[in-house]
Design a protein around this ligand. Structure first.
Ligand code: AHR
Length: 530
């Protein structure tokens, strides 16, 4: 069976010519295992598959593709998803879920109804449903994060879905699941109580009060079934929503006792101001701090012992302006199946922004304990496919895969000091942004760093912890910040070893080229874990 296209081994090697940029910035950080932010929850590296565009059909599922298995799942895509290292996978939406009847997606495929999907102006065949998706999740070693429809449906339908998925036996719904081929319960642990209910575009959009009451009623009922479930209440669909802040407080006032997370969603795009775009992590940091403050305020107000954390369950670069103005599907007789929608082609600059957002998430690992890169395949995705053809890695694949692989153990406060550069949107921001992880089991450290300046090289100095370390460093950079991987040129952009990384006594120095993402692995000398 054909495998996913491997990354060529003959990758270009640094260093970059120092003439490429005029400025040489300075930055310094320190690695101290005792300065832990908190444990990194593996769910920080979750992703998201929505019934949208070609995410499912002609994405993960393409019967007849040379790599498809008996279930119709492309094994080249499975391999890439595993290489990416995603943990939880949120499903089935997104905006889609607010018009979705879960019952349509179970039972014999030939009996499943074809329905309109009003969110994306498409046709949903229901050929892939809950059971098939769980089979795919098992293939990629993921965990299902399921969203219930609180837009056009309510508490009863959510409870019925929960009983169908999680009750072992003994009721009509459990029996139906067993008859549909799944004896063991799905045992879904983490649930989203609707999607973006603050957004006027959402089917069944509600006020914060109305949604808060519905989320509380549904959450309490779900916890009556199983108090160990983890429930996510919808926060704001962006920090620029007019209701941002009051939405979180109102929703949590109603539901604090029965929810475990409040969600954040954030998308960024380059609108022609590269310097500000590269600093998008500044916005994500603020967003996280403000939502954390709102949650803690309600905790104090109601005198709760419980802490509600953040599920950052949609984040990415998304050229939404292009979608809104060019690609949106319209027409009362025009409802395509699996159209090419939201198929953004990601550049080096986009990958550096994704890297910066991963750094923000890691920096706040104490409070962001679940997150989903939106999305996974074809739709604003790190993995692209061509029907009958190959699957390939977009530029954004690399920072995510490296962070998911090495961002384990605890997140460290690195006490970063960096020269700054000017941005229109955020004022002066650090040229270098960085986070680090420490794995106690093997004594290894990983530093993740972005150089966000559009033109200057930065010299990063790292004060090392006590020990004798070996370093390996890798950098994603291209002199053309718009360079991308495409069907025609799938390996145009690759990370490459950064040979400027040198340890001298208790410090490590490395040069980071402009608009770059890097990771540096420090492993105790002689260990096998590099
Ligand atoms: O990820 C694409 C869309 O972005 C999701 O369906 C929605 O929740 C958000 O607005």
């Amino acid at each position: 069976m054909p495998a996913a296209d491997p990354i060529p081994t003959t990758v270009p090697v640094h260093p970059h010519p120092t003439t490429e940029a005029e400025t040489m910035y300075q930055a310094r950080l320190s690695l101290q295992p005792q300065r832990a932010v908190g444990p990194i929850n593996p769910r920080l590296f979750g992703s998201f598959i929505e019934h949208l565009g070609r995410a499912v059909y002609d994405g993960i599922y393409e019967p007849g593709h040379p790599t498809a298995d008996a279930l119709g799942f492309r094994q080249d895509v499975v391999e890439l998803v595993k290489e990416l290292g995603v943990t939880t996978i949120r499903y089935p939406g997104g905006n889609f879920v607010s018009g979705f009847r879960w019952e349509d997606s179970v039972g014999p495929v030939e009996d499943r109804p074809t329905r309109l999907d009003l969110a994306w102006h498409s046709t949903e065949t229901n050929e892939v449903g809950l059971h098939e998706f769980q089979q795919w999740i098992d293939q990629v070693d993921g965990e299902l994060m399921l969203a219930v429809n609180l837009g056009t449906r309510g508490t009863m339908e959510a409870l019925e879905l929960l009983e169908y998925t999680n009750l072992a036996a003994g009721t009509a719904l459990a029996r139906r699941r067993i008859e549909n081929g799944r004896v063991e319960p799905f045992d879904v642990r983490i649930w989203c109580l609707g999607n973006e209910m603050d957004g006027p575009w959402q089917l069944g959009h509600r006020s914060a009060d109305d949604y808060g009451k519905l989320a509380a009623q549904t959450g309490r009922a779900m916890k009556a079934f199983d108090p160990t479930l983890e429930l996510v209440a919808c926060g704001s669909s962006s920090s620029s929503m007019p209701t941002f802040g009051t939405w979180e407080r109102t929703v949590l006032r109603h539901s604090y006792d029965c929810v475990d997370y409040i969600s954040c969603h954030a998308y960024y795009e380059n609108k022609g101001d590269l310097a500000s775009f590269l600093a998008s992590g500044v916005d994500m940091d603020r967003f996280i701090l403000e939502v954390t403050a709102a949650a803690d305020e309600i905790k104090a107000e109601i005198g709760s012992d419980k802490t509600v954390n953040i599920s950052f369950d949609e984040w990415n670069v998304w050229y939404n302006t292009r979608f809104e103005n060019v690609d949106k599907i319209t027409g009362v007789d025009n409802w395509p199946v699996a159209p090419r929608l939201l198929e953004d082609v990601y550049s080096v600059a986009d990958a550096v922004v994704v890297g910066g957002l991963l750094i923000s998430l890691l920096r706040h690992a104490d409070r962001v304990t679940s997150a989903s890169l939106a999305q996974l395949v074809n739709v604003i995705a790190p993995i692209m496919t061509e029907p009958g053809g190959p699957a390939w890695r977009q530029t954004t694949f690399f920072p995510f895969a490296e962070a998911a692989r090495f961002g384990r153990g605890v997140s460290l406060d690195v006490e970063l000091k960096s020269d700054s550069y000017e941005t229109t949107e955020y004022g002066a921001v650090g040229v270098i942004d960085a986070a680090a992880s420490f794995e106690e089991s093997d004594g290894s450290y990983t530093v993740f760093a972005v150089n966000r300046d559009p033109s200057g090289i930065a010299a990063l100095v790292i004060d090392l912890p006590v020990g004798d370390f070996e370093v390996t460093a890798s950098t994603l950079h291209d002199s053309d910040v718009e360079a991308a991987n495409t069907l025609a040129e799938p390996h145009r952009v690759q990370p490459a070893p950064n040979v400027t990384a040198q340890i001298d006594g208790s410090t490590l120095t490395v040069e980071l080229p402009p608009v770059s993402w890097s990771h540096l692995r420090l492993t105790p000398r002689g260990s096998l874990s590099a």
